[in-house]
Design a binder for this molecule. Structure first.
Ligand SMILES: [Zn+2]
Length: 311
């Protein structure tokens, strides 16, 4: 019996691709969304590792020795860029990363360099702890950016692994077709909550807000990265009444105190939106795929809109 179980396990490991030879391209993704996209396009020719989980704020990660060790074998580094990883990625690049993933090389892929950034300040200024001085780096939350990046990552993978070129191109094409259909459906469903006023905890939702034409009236953080103060929260409470705010958005990794305070006083829901792929250890839920990130988000917004429509 034990021997049978061992054989089954060995077969399962082999089927999962962990047993045979190394994948053609080793991907070190800074965030789960990029590991998921690299896998969607690279299939079994890539092995993708995510340096962070949905329960970690990607702005604030420690460049731990295990990450330094892991980046040593990377062929492709795939991150958001625009300063999102400025507190930790430079250390990894200096201490462990091979030449092929250094800036300027095909193995260095920063998503922000391939899409139009929102919230670009007129003057670059990191003063007062602003975490978005180069523009907003949370760009994966507009799925149209994922379609663009699917093509970009297919090209990069083909440069690193020329034998897989047709394979990557076919998967990127299939991704584009599936996602363009899904995006059109989500946009149709989003008509019921167009212009819905919302408050965000951190300005992590700008791309989602712009894509779905929501109305972001304020953020709990007075500036990206600065914790909300009591006086700021009091002013937001007045604003929720004046603007008829429907919901507060937070990420699974956000501390819930400030949004719960406002939620209970203003009697509006604080919604934990999926933000990225991965299990939310607080509520036991989470999105298993990139598609589920948007599917669950749109469903949660539909519920918020219905609730608001009730007298
Ligand atoms: Zn941010």
């Amino acid at each position: 019996m034990i021997r049978f179980a061992t054989l089954v396990l060995a077969a399962a490991i082999a089927a999962a691709g962990a047993f045979p030879a190394r994948a053609a391209v080793d991907v070190f993704a800074c965030e789960p969304e990029w590991a998921a996209l690299a896998t969607d396009i690279g299939g079994d020719r890539v092995e993708a590792f995510a340096a962070t989980t949905v329960m970690q704020d990607p702005h604030h990660i420690r460049a731990r020795p295990s990450l330094i060790a892991r980046i040593r074998r990377a062929d492709l580094l795939f991150c958001s860029g625009a300063g999102l990883e400025i507190g930790w990625l430079p250390v990894l690049l200096q201490r462990g990363a091979p030449a092929g993933v250094q800036p300027g090389r095909p193995g260095h892929l920063m998503a922000a360099e391939h899409v139009a950034l929102l919230d670009k300040p007129a003057v670059l200024d990191r003063a007062q702890g602003d975490l978005h001085p180069e523009g907003n780096p949370h760009l994966h939350l507009d799925p149209r950016n994922l379609v663009t990046l699917a093509g970009v990552v297919a090209e990069r993978l083909a440069l690193l692994d020329p034998e897989g070129k047709a394979y990557y191109a076919a998967r990127a094409e299939a991704f584009r077709a599936t996602w363009n259909r899904a995006i059109a459906e989500w946009q149709t469903r989003a008509r019921v909550f167009r212009d819905m006023p919302v408050i965000v905890q951190h300005k992590a939702w700008s791309y989602l807000v712009a894509w779905l034409e929501l109305k972001e009236v304020a953020a709990l953080e007075p500036k990206p990265g600065l914790p909300p103060t009591a006086s700021h929260l009091e002013s937001l409470l007045r604003l929720t009444r004046a603007q008829n705010v429907a919901a507060i958005f937070r990420a699974p990794y956000d501390s819930p105190q400030a949004s719960e305070w406002l939620s209970s006083r203003a009697k509006i829901p604080a919604l934990t939106l999926p933000y990225t792929v991965g299990a939310d250890t607080r509520d036991g839920q989470g999105a298993r795929t990139l598609h589920e990130v948007f599917e669950r988000t749109v469903t949660l917004l539909e519920t918020a809109a219905k609730r608001k429509a009730q007298p």
